[in-house]
Design a protein around this ligand. Structure first.
Ligand code: PAF
Length: 282
């Protein structure tokens, strides 16, 4: 596995592969790998001749007061995992080589970035879109793979790729969970043992909503009320940031569950802000 650190190096390597007729898959990551990242890499490995993984804690997607400095990092372990999974090139740039001091160009999908996580993190998705587009320009992937835990991110990237006619297929992978149902996240390490013990209740609340839909309930206010009620009882250490039911593609809020509906949430558990989601009609 090559470890490439500059935009020039990754771009010329990917160009060379493409000139030789090889297809390229990309998995963008911020590192501190867990089984969710490993699933993305394993899956991407099956999709193309060459697999590129980027490992970059992108400052542009962190707002003031967010956890940029504290974001967990372990680049040596990450590189060993990537190597074991058959990654051909690990791209590990520094912020300085990714962003010029007078960087002034941003890509945004405001209509999809306004609600859900975007409400509390106003610059987040602009930073995500900008770095992901830069990574696409550097690696020219045939396919790029993202996790569905970050559903809003995936929907926004799909929309960006469609609207800008980017020649890349976007694939979403199911959320990987701990045995007790907690969605894997690099930020889970921020939790105390007490918070960690309660955290699976986030998922249990969402499962309750899906079960209510299965039994015929369609009214969104009743569904959210039931989840919040359950959380108040079983998740006292959690502070819900939002709990919304939206259309899975447009991310427009819904009053009633129709053919396609996604319940998404963010819950603060001490220092951790955890997100999760569930398709109510799957
Ligand atoms: O999901 C992430 O880890 C990041 O938002 C991404 C897609 C790697 C962009 O920095």
């Amino acid at each position: 596995m090559q470890i490439l650190k500059t935009p020039q190096d990754i771009q010329s390597q990917c160009r060379k592969w493409r000139d030789d007729g090889a297809s390229v898959a990309l998995v963008p990551t911020m590192g501190y790998y867990h089984a969710g990242h490993m699933d993305l890499m394993r899956h991407a490995r099956t999709l193309a001749d060459k697999l590129v993984v980027s490992l970059f804690v992108n400052p542009a997607q962190f707002g003031p007061g967010e956890d940029l400095a504290a974001y967990p990092r372990d680049s040596e372990r990450d590189a060993a995992i990537a190597r074991d999974l058959g990654v051909d090139a690990l791209f590990t740039p520094t912020p300085e080589v990714m962003y010029a001091p007078d960087h002034a160009t941003w890509v945004a999908v405001p209509d999809l970035a306004r609600g859900l996580c975007g409400a509390a993190r106003p610059v987040h998705f602009r930073g995500v879109c900008t770095v992901v587009l830069k990574l696409f320009m550097l690696t020219s992937p045939d396919v790029a793979v993202f996790g569905r835990k970050d559903w809003q991110q995936l929907a926004i990237i799909r929309r960006m790729a469609r609207d800008l006619n980017l020649p890349v297929r976007i694939e979403g992978r199911p959320t990987v969970r701990e045995e007790d149902g907690l969605a894997l996240s690099s930020r889970n390490v921020y939790m105390t043992p007490e918070e960690r013990a309660q955290a699976p209740e986030i998922r249990n609340g969402l499962l309750l909503a899906r079960e209510m839909v299965r039994r015929g309930e369609r009214r969104v206010p009743l569904l959210t009320q039931a989840v919040l009620h359950r959380w108040a009882e079983h998740l006292p250490l959690g502070r819900p940031d939002y709990l919304s039911v939206v259309h899975p593609e447009s991310l427009e809020p819904l009053d009633a569950v129709g053919d396609a509906a996604l319940m998404a949430c963010a819950v603060r558990m001490g220092k951790a802000r955890l997100i999760d989601n569930i398709l109510l009609t799957a």
